[in-house]
Design a protein around this ligand. Structure first.
Ligand code: ATP
Ligand code: MG
Length: 347
């Protein structure tokens, strides 16, 4: 069952000055997020990711379309009713957004106080949350006494306090180093697994998607240009714009500048072969080239791992008579994806 469902959703901000135009931050987005999923939303800066999150969270009204959260059309609700919907959605942020004058305990207790919980209930819930996020010894500390990773753990505890069914994470690890990012992602994965919370992660970091997301949507200019299973979208993006975006975040595909450098450094034909988990084409390509009597050199490549499934790209410089190389590449194209660098459009 979809816990969040968007149909034809748009958000337009009116022009500010006389010379500026309206900004359509979210443009006709249709999207279903299943309950219990970790759903990633990626795209370049300005693509509309944060705006989409604010629409789901009912922090801003949509200009068009319908948004269902837990089966309720939130575009039709009053401000009072919306408060109830927001209570079912937790949110964490890049800058943590903790109250600096409140202790860790008071930060986590804050939404519970707003919701009218009793002191005993609050104490019990806060200690439960503190031990869940591994900060039982920091109840009396102030945010400034914590590391970035610890602050985000407090952010997660606070977001989960009222037992929401959905957690929205907007660039929640973008201010953290790679090791700390990994720890926070582990915690989010645990929140999803152990508490069944549906998580929506907004990020520009491939690592984040690769580590915890099961589904992903790629946004550009306010639109969702591609969505699906993370492995499919990253290993074989269909839309040219998402190929461009995915190409910048995965390993093994040379960028235009790298392709130009390879071209300058190596003689022969440069061809990139793409592989996915489960096909044996990787060794077959090398075998085919060797059997055709062609000389080749591995000049670029990389393997990506998405929760145990691999895909990758190998670029080879192939030397031999043009006709022979053509024949070998034609044979290889029968079982593998081949892109010649000279013929490839600039990515
Ligand atoms: N309150 C606002 N008023 C006017 N324009 C806005 C407002 N909020 C966002 N925009 C515009 O909407 C577009 C999408 O912005 P948004 O913040 O959603 O992008 P994003 O994908 O989250 O980018 P980033 O990766 O940089 O966070 C941008 O062109 C932005 O300038
Ligand atoms: Mg943003």
């Amino acid at each position: 069952m979809a816990i969040v469902s968007l149909a034809g959703v748009s958000k337009t901000y009116p022009a500010r000055g006389r010379d500026s135009a309206d900004v359509t931050a979210v443009d006709d987005v249709t999207l279903d997020i299943e309950a219990g999923e970790v759903f990633g939303i990626i795209g370049y800066s300005g693509a509309g990711k944060s705006t989409l999150v604010r629409l789901i969270n009912a922090l801003e009204p949509a200009t068009a379309g319908s948004i269902h959260v837990d089966g309720v059309d939130i575009t039709a609700l009053s401000e009072r009713e919306l408060r109830g919907v927001r209570g079912g959605i937790g949110m964490i942020f890049q800058q943590f957004n903790l109250f600096s004058s409140k202790t860790v305990k008071a930060n986590i207790a804050y939404p519970l106080k707003l919701a009218g919980w009793s002191k005993t209930e609050i104490d019990e819930r806060v200690s439960e949350l503190l031990s869940f996020v591994g900060l039982a010894d920091k109840a009396r500390a102030y945010p400034e006494q914590l590391s970035g990773g610890q602050k985000q753990r407090v952010g997660i505890a606070r977001a989960l306090a009222t037992r929401p069914s959905i957690l929205l994470a907007d660039e929640a690890t973008s201010a953290l180093d790679p090791q700390t990012t990994h720890e926070v992602l582990e915690l989010l994965a645990r929140v999803n697994r152990e508490q069944g919370v549906t998580i929506v992660v907004i990020t520009h970091e491939m690592d984040v998607i690769q580590t915890i997301a099961t589904k992903v949507a790629v946004m550009e200019h306010g639109r969702v240009i591609e969505q699906g299973d993370v492995f499919d979208v990253f290993s074989r993006p269909q839309n040219p714009a998402s190929q461009r975006f995915v190409g910048t975040v995965i390993k093994g595909l040379p960028s235009p500048a790298e392709a130009a450098a390879l071209r300058a450094r190596h003689s022969g034909r440069l061809a990139t072969f793409s592989f996915r988990d489960g096909d044996s084409s990787q060794s077959q390509v090398l075998l085919d080239l060797a059997q055709a009597g062609l000389e080749f050199e591995l000049v670029y490549g990389g393997i990506n791992d998405i929760r145990g499934r691999a895909f990758g790209h190998l670029t080879l410089a192939i030397r031999g008579a043009d006709a022979e190389v053509d024949r070998a590449l034609a044979a290889i194209r029968q079982h593998a994806e081949v892109t010649e660098i000279d013929q490839q459009e600039v990515r």
